[in-house]
Design a protein around this ligand. Structure first.
Ligand SMILES: Nc1ncnc2c1ncn2[C@@H]1O[C@H](COP(=O)(O)OP(=O)(O)OP(=O)(O)O)[C@@H](O)[C@H]1O
Ligand SMILES: [Mg+2]
Length: 726
């Protein structure tokens, strides 16, 4: 058989990895060295050369988009569709298992998935029912606690409180939350994983069956698996299925969400493997970009260490733009994109990467003004928009009356005169009688509990849902969605409530939902087993909401957070907002581990660029409603001067010379703040050393904001502070 094309275009260690014997193998290599490519070729190799059936392959990726791309590339290599091969994210694969084995998993057949908004709402309700004040027990914090415990594989009964009242209260919230989910027949994201792990662990026959089926387990982005995901992999692998994992310790960026870099170290021990393959040639970025990335990440300690090189030449220097403010930054980026396209390139080759979602707004308005098409990934995703969630809640309720999060969402949306007080009576009754909100509402109606007005309004609502169920049953999916949206009157509501573009955009989105339903592909053989069309669509909507945008792409500039840029590559990359406090983020400056994770995030950002990297910071930025004065990020200083070309010399800060830049020094003195300037290092008798991040006023009123290494950020009146420059 001619297998050469599977090994063509691969270097020696890549070939070695693709054709390795079936023992546990770890490919540990830097960004752009072809890890994902190796994984794709490996799967094709196993099927074509080793003659394994696609049924025997289980591959895990980090996003649904990456999974779809991986499948497409394998099919392209082999020239045939690969039905039966399981490729997906941990969440989508777990979901598939739970759909197939809902009974063994102790779930209702039509369980629904809730996203983090719904989850928060439910946690709030549960806490209220326990008589807890939001001020003392913020729902967000409890939600975080629950998810962290689940990610760690812990149920409430596994949590030891050791007499600590805080933990024991949080455990009680977790317990009550579980009961509420059970009653509503809903499952959150973390639950998908934990439940499927328990399903396999507690059903030895089922586990044996899957272990027999999956002869190969392949994992991309292995460095970002958390304890639960790693446990899931180990369980399925058992002693018989050798995992093939690829990853890069320098790109571990989800530690804040429980990812454990240690899993890389544990791999060899847990799977008795010594087959570690390193790839060192980078095929993505030009020399200057790669050198910058290498120099930056060298500032982290305890790395597994690697040496990335390229033979593609030095390429362009990295451009550094010092913007006056965030608008200036966005204007510059926009002009560069326009220039890029005028040179005959595409919009979609450009990516704007930022630390925080909130930064996208300014870029969006500039891009709109310039008439440049763009798409925001990972921001407000289609299925997460309020109007879409409203419509989905109607659909969910029509399929399952006991779906409490949906009931809660639309009982008075659009407003139908059911006040908060009435809703809380329903909630209380549901709590006391241990029923769903729907049951509580109908029981209270029967008891004539409400005023005539409230009673009419509630009856109107329950009747509406009942009518929708009857009207849409048996119709094609898009008609079900269309009819439900009409019956709900959501369009009229939004048009009336939000005049102009905004309301119309919402109506367009609701129309788009009908199109999404039309384009939805039903796959009865796998994760949609035993489901009707509508339920399958609703599950799809929940899972998609956790990933990037759904609309098929045309030629758009790409906007996304650094976290969602993982694994991707673009010819032209803008890495924006490189200011202390923003990137690295404020919280990270307090802890070494977090600072190192920020640096890895910056490494991920730099290594997305193929030909040209533009980095920028703003001297002044309005974000979250306040103005900040930017000190250039330490990450800029960590890139060697010779790789960087400042785009605009900075007259306002002479310490940044045209030939490069140095750490701001005391040579630049601002008179109005008593000779101290932003960015300067100072020492305070009590608070120790810090850096000036802001100034205000002049003369005897002059104040400075100092971010102290130990004491955090403080505003000090200069006359009293006795700061000495360092
Ligand atoms: N041997 C090769 N010859 C030519 N191009 C290659 C080779 N190996 C990889 N590439 C190309 O290099 C780029 C980076 O590869 P890939 O995305 O697989 O790297 P990666 O290690 O997965 O990166 P990341 O760590 O960012 O996920 C891709 O465009 C890929 O097609
Ligand atoms: Mg990759």
């Amino acid at each position: 058989m001619d297998v050469s094309h599977l090994l063509d275009d691969l270097n020696k260690p890549q070939r070695e990895a693709v054709s390795a014997a079936t023992t546990p193998t770890l490919v540990l290599a830097g960004a752009g060295s072809g890890k994902t490519r190796v994984l794709v070729h490996r799967i094709a190799w196993l099927i074509q050369v080793e003659q394994f059936s696609p049924f025997s392959i289980l591959a895990v990726t980090f996003t649904n988009k990456a999974a779809a791309e991986m499948r497409a590339r394998i099919e392209q290599l082999l020239g045939t569709p690969m039905g039966g091969m399981w490729v997906g994210t941990f969440h989508s694969l777990s979901h598939r298992l739970l759909r197939r084995h809902w009974q063994e998993a102790g779930l209702p057949q039509l369980f629904q998935i809730i996203d983090s908004d719904d989850q928060l709402r439910l946690v709030k309700r549960v806490s209220r029912n326990l008589g807890l004040e939001e001020a003392n027990w913020p729902a967000r914090q409890s939600q975080w606690f629950i998810n962290a415990r689940k990610d760690n594989g812990e149920r409430p009964e596994h949590i030891e409180d050791k007499g600590d009242p805080q933990t024991s209260q949080l455990r009680a919230i977790y317990e009550a939350y579980e009961a509420a989910c059970k009653q509503a027949g809903v499952v959150d994201f973390a639950e998908l994983l934990l439940r499927s792990l328990e399903l396999l662990r507690d059903n030895p026959e089922l586990l044996a069956q899957y272990r027999q089926r999956f002869r190969h387990l392949l994992v991309d982005e292995f460095q970002d698996t958390n304890t639960l995901q790693y446990g899931w992999l180990r369980l399925i692998a058992g002693d018989t299925t050798p995992p093939f994992a690829v990853g890069d310790d320098d790109q571990s960026i989800y530690g804040w969400r429980g990812a454990k870099i240690e899993n890389i170290q544990n791999f060899s021990k847990d799977f008795h493997s010594t087959n570690i393959i390193r790839l060192e040639q980078n095929y993505r970025s030009s020399g200057n970009i790669l050198e910058a990335a290498n120099a930056l990440i060298d500032n982290n300690q305890g790395r597994l260490g690697k040496n990335l090189w390229t033979d593609s030449g030095q390429g362009e220097l990295i451009h550094l733009y010092a913007a006056h403010d965030e608008n200036d930054e966005a204007r510059y980026v926009t002009s560069r994109i326009r220039q890029w396209v005028e040179q005959g390139n595409n919009h979609q080759e450009c990516a704007i990467l930022y630390r925080s979602n909130a930064q996208s707004r300014v870029f969006e308005s500039q891009l709109i003004e310039a008439g440049i098409p763009y798409r925001v990934y990972g921001g407000q995703r289609f299925f997460e928009r309020a109007e879409i969630k409203d419509a989905l809640a109607y659909l969910r309720l029509s399929a399952n009356r006991h779906d409490d999060p949906s009931f809660d969402r639309v009982i008075n949306q659009p407003p139908r005169g059911i006040g908060d007080k009435t809703v809380s009576v329903i909630r209380d009754h549901a709590r006391d009688s241990g029923t769903s909100l729907w049951q509580a509402a109908t029981a209270l109606l029967e008891m004539n509990h409400f005023t005539a007005r409230a009673s009419n309004a509630i009856t109107g609502f329950t009747q509406l849902i009942a009518d929708i169920s009857i009207d849409i049953s048996g119709l094609p999916l898009e008609e079900q969605v269309d009819k439900t949206i009409r019956a709900s009157q959501l369009k009229q509501h939004y048009l009336h409530k939000e005049k102009g573009d905004k309301g119309e955009a919402r109506v367009e989105n609701l129309n788009e939902l009908v199109s999404a339903a039309q384009g939805f592909i039903y796959k009865p053989e796998d994760e949609h087993a035993n489901m009707d069309f509508l339920s399958a669509f609703l599950s799809h909507a929940s899972l998609e909401a956790g990933d990037s945008q759904t609309k098929a792409g045309n030629d758009c500039a790409q906007l996304m957070t650094l976290h969602s840029a993982k694994g991707l590559e673009f010819p032209l990359v803008f890495l924006v907002g490189l200011e202390e406090g923003l990137f690295p983020s404020q919280q990270s400056s307090e802890e070494l581990n977090r600072m190192e994770e920020e640096r890895r995030l910056c490494y991920v950002g730099i290594t997305r660029a193929e030909k040209q990297l533009v980095i920028s910071y703003a001297e002044q930025r309005r974000l979250y409603g306040t103005t900040h004065y930017g000190v250039p990020s330490r990450f800029i200083h960590e890139i060697p001067d010779r790789l960087v070309e400042p785009v605009r010399p900075k007259p306002s800060r002479p310490s940044w010379s045209a030939s490069g830049y140095n750490t701001p020094t005391t040579s630049h003195i601002k008179q109005d703040t008593g000779g101290l300037s932003i960015g300067q290092s100072v020492s305070h008798k009590k608070f120790g050393n810090g850096i000036i991040t802001d100034t205000e006023g002049s003369g005897s009123h002059a104040r400075v904001q100092v971010n102290f290494e130990d004491a955090g950020s403080k505003w000090l009146v200069l006359t009293y502070a006795n700061l000495s420059p360092l």
